[in-house]
Write a protein that binds this ligand. Sequence first.
Ligand code: ATP
Length: 210
Amino acid sequence: MIGIFGGTFDPPHFGHLRPLLEVQQALALDEVRLIPCFIPPHRAVPDASAEQRLAMLQLAVSEAPGFIVDPRELQRGGPSYMVDTLASLRDEQGVNKSLVLIIGLDAFVSLDRWHRWLELIELAHVVVMQRPGGALPKTGAVAELMEQVQALAVLELQQQAAGKIYFQPVTQLDISATAIREQLFRGQDVRFLMPGSVRHYIETQGLYKC
Ligand code: ATP
C-alpha cells in the first residue's frame, strides 16, 4: 500500500510528521509520498516559494525511512487538484495497488468541497488522522459517504485498491503551519515544533519575517 499525503507545507512541522509516521506503521505502508501543492485550491498563496517548500520538505523527510517527496504537483503547475494527482498515481501503479490518501480531520470534514471529490474515493482509500479540535462529521454528504464505506480494520484497505474510509487515531499535536508562521513573524523561537534542519533553513533563507 502506498500512502499519499498532500499539503502546502509552508512550513512542514511535527504535526505532519509524527501522525504520518503512526499511520505508516499502523497500515504497514510500503512508502509514504509527501506531495507539496503548487497552487493550493482552498487557501491563500503560500508565503514560501514552491522551491523553498520543496527544500523544507526534503529536509523534513530525510530522517524518515519510507517517506518520499513527490514533486509532481509542482511540475504540473496550475491549481493542485488531488483528483488529478491520484489519477496520475493510479496510472503509474496499476489498478490493483492499494493507494491511501492520508488527510487530517480538519481537511476531511470539508472533503465535499474538493474538486470532483467523489472521484477521490474511486481512485484511493481515504485515511483520516485525528487532529486536535476536530470531530468527525455527523451529518452532511461526507458523513453519509463515511457511513457507506467506512472500514473498521486495516485488512479491508488491503483487500481492495480503493473505496474505503478509515479513521486512524494518532498522537494529537496541536501544531499548525499558520501558528508557526505567526510566531516567526513575531520573532519567536519555533524550536521543537519542526525538525531542526527545517528551522535552520527558515533562518538562512530569512523566511516568514515581517
Ligand atoms: P496551515 O496552518 O498553513 O493551514 P497546516 O499546518 O494545516 O497548514 P497543511 O500543509 O495545510 O498544514 O496540511 C496538510 C495536511 O496535514 C492536511 O491534511 C492537514 O489536515 C494535515 N495536518 C496538518 N497539521 C496537522 C496536525 N497537527 N495533526 C494532524 N494533521 C495535520
